[in-house]
Every structure is written in structure tokens, then in C-alpha cells.
Design a protein around this ligand. Sequence first.
Ligand code: AP5
Length: 186
Amino acid sequence: MTFGMVILGRQGSGKGTQAVHIAEQYEVIHISTGDMLRAAVKEGTELGIQAKGLMDAGELVPDSVINGIVQERLQKEDVSRSGFLLDGYPRTVGQAIELRNLANDDLKLAINLEVSIEEVTERMISRGREDDTEEAIARRLELYEAETAPLLEWFTEEGILCRIDGLGSETEVYARIVEAIEDKIL
Ligand code: AP5
């Protein structure tokens, strides 16, 4: 059975880490908007040039740009064949509405990895990615509260939100996610 799902949570909550395991076990296509943008920056494309400054400052790339990239990716044949797991998208209500239009009934589950601000800040500081400066982390977390946290209510109303404790080892968190997938989708 193919399905679509999204993984939500604060920056540094472990979305990317867990998405890799989910994609491997359930053979869904892992689509990370952050990874796509970082690849564009590395390749020096027009998108990359536009996105770099925003990412380094912890700002969001405009909805119109991100929605276009995701729409194009979701239309690819591998996604129709295997389903999708979106990581880092949607991040605003505008993106969530767009996703609802794009995915129709294929979107079955939205997982929210719940980790405190203190814990995610520590995780990001020890990871040390290029955009993990103190200022950018603070800005990303501020934008999360303002733009992304309201999505939890949105997905609750859609009836597909599942809140998961993101504290514990990677394996412990993954076991909770598997339980949710088996319970709500399969
Ligand atoms: P993106 O790449 O999505 O970055 P982010 O939102 O900051 O999320 P992270 O990748 O930092 O966190 P994560 O939850 O994936 O955690 P991870 O698994 O790495 O986006 C980057 C930028 O692109 C944005 O700031 C924005 O500018 C732009 N962008 C992207 N999507 C966009 C969109 N839709 N709209 C607009 N702009 C967009 O884990 C973090 C660390 O914790 C790792 O070191 C990991 O090893 C560790 N860890 C993981 N699990 C555990 C655990 N259980 N216990 C202890 N440590 C753990």
C-alpha cells in the first residue's frame, strides 16, 4: 500500500534522522525541502543563490518558491509509485493548504516530534551545520512558533495529527513512530 505522510517538529527535533529510517522501512520517497535547498546552494543554481541568504539568517524561503519545488517533486513518477514522506514541509499554513490540494487523499498521517526548545538548541549547537549559528537558531525557533506551530491545530482538524515524544534514543523514538504508522495507516 502506498501512502503520503509528513513529519513535523521544531528544528533539531530529529525529523531528518527519523525520516531516513521511515523511508527505508516503508519504501516511501523521502522529500526534505531543506536538503533540496542545500543541494541547490551547492550547485549554485538561481534558487540556491536566492535561498542561501535566507537560510543562513534562519528565515523562511517564500511559500511561492517552496510550493513550486514541492509540487514539481510530488508529480514525479517515483512518488506516484511509492508514496512520499515530507520532511520540513509544510511549515506555514499557506504551505499546508497547498499540500492538501496537491496530495488529496494520499496524505494519511502527520507526525509531530515533540522536543523542548532547550533540547533542540543543544542538539543543533552540537551538530554545527552551516546555518546552526546562535542567531540563526534563535530566529528559526521564533519563526517555528509563529508560522509552523499553528499547523498542529490545522492537522488536528484534518484528523491526521499524531504527537510523538521525541526525547530518548533514536531507536526509542523510531519505535514510537512505527507504532503510529502501523496504527493509523497500515
Ligand atoms: P531544514 O533543513 O528543514 O532545517 P530545520 O528546519 O532547521 O530542521 P533541522 O534539519 O535542523 O532539524 P531536524 O528536525 O531534521 O533534526 P535532525 O534530524 O537534523 O531547513 C533549513 C532551512 O531551509 C530553513 O531554515 C529555511 O530557511 C529553509 N526551508 C526548508 N524548508 C522550508 C519550507 N518548507 N519553507 C520555507 N523555508 C524552508 O536532528 C538534529 C540533531 O539532533 C542531529 O545532530 C541528530 O543527530 C540529533 N538527534 C536526532 N535524534 C536525536 C535523539 N533522539 N536524541 C539526541 N540527538 C538526536
